[in-house]
Design a protein around this ligand. Sequence first.
Ligand code: PEP
Ligand code: MN
Length: 360
Amino acid sequence: MEIKMDLEPFFPEDVPLNRPVVISGPCSAESESQMLETAMALSDIGVKIFRAGIWKPRTRPNSFEGFGTDALPWLNTVREKTGMYTSTEVANVKHVYDALKFGVDILWIGARTSANPFAVQEIADALKGVDIPVMVKNPVNPDLELWIGALERLYHAGIRRLAAGHRGFSSSEKSEYRNNPQWQLPIELKRRIPNMPLINDPSHICGARERLLEVSQKAMDLNFDGLIIETHPNPDKAMSDAKQQITPAQLQELLAKLIIRNPEATINQKPSLEELRAEIDKLDDSILEIFEKRMNIIDKIGLYKKENNISILQNKRWDEILNRRIDMGQKKGLSEVFVSDLFKAIHQESINRQTKVMNG
Ligand code: PEP
Ligand code: MN
């Protein structure tokens, strides 16, 4: 069901809303000169919002954890010298008070914090009565309700300038990404809260600068409003997230390569989008009819197994099914991940059906 939120613009009024609105700056504030050098170069290429981590949540202790409150005046230097808006991550109430005291313009809640409702609630309570834009990054775990819940906690505290930050999700499975994007989650978030701005964070999704363009392009093709991308004057020497940072000049190149397509389909061309979509609708109907038939046979097999006292799962048979489908899919140009995920879902539903027939 759609969630109604009476939101106000997330981006400051004088920031042009041409997609993508870019937020950029180093992963971490390392020194006043590093911040200023980055900010001047970013401002020269038209970036209006600066980011820098003041407090850095790190996986293990004894690694660089940010300069903390001592680094907040550096953000003010950036604002004074470049006119850029400043943004940083807050993870607890002290961070909120310190950031507000120093006049930080935009706050974000990091992935580790948005996974924790207690922490988000405390931050929301600390922000009651404050008019400041807050971006809520997705929680580390792929839980849409938790992400929406964090946004709601801020909304209920009176924050109206909200945005959802998509930085990908941790996964125990081997992945080509540092954080798996699982694009269907931000897409579903947008379906549930249609007026929520979406900002993609290709830096933390990729973990490697080589793939930033591809992920940024995909975000644009999924109609994201903005991008938050980490930049550093000397990325390889960065004190955190060195592999994924790029120079402001590289950011300029990346932005120039992005193709920004129209979110609305209005062009008249044959076959029209409507005609192509009608074909898709028909095919989807047939897919569902085939699934219906398949599940009817599954029920019959369930009955057979029940009568003959055979367990639901035969590992060898399942292994054969999966391998054969993957092979066949590859011949038809369907990716292994897709076919494998699809048949795992079908198999799971088949098991559920048979469980019902046999034990229900
Ligand atoms: C960051 O933006 O620097 C950061 C730590 O991000 P995340 O919370 O997404 O890991
Ligand atoms: Mn980072």
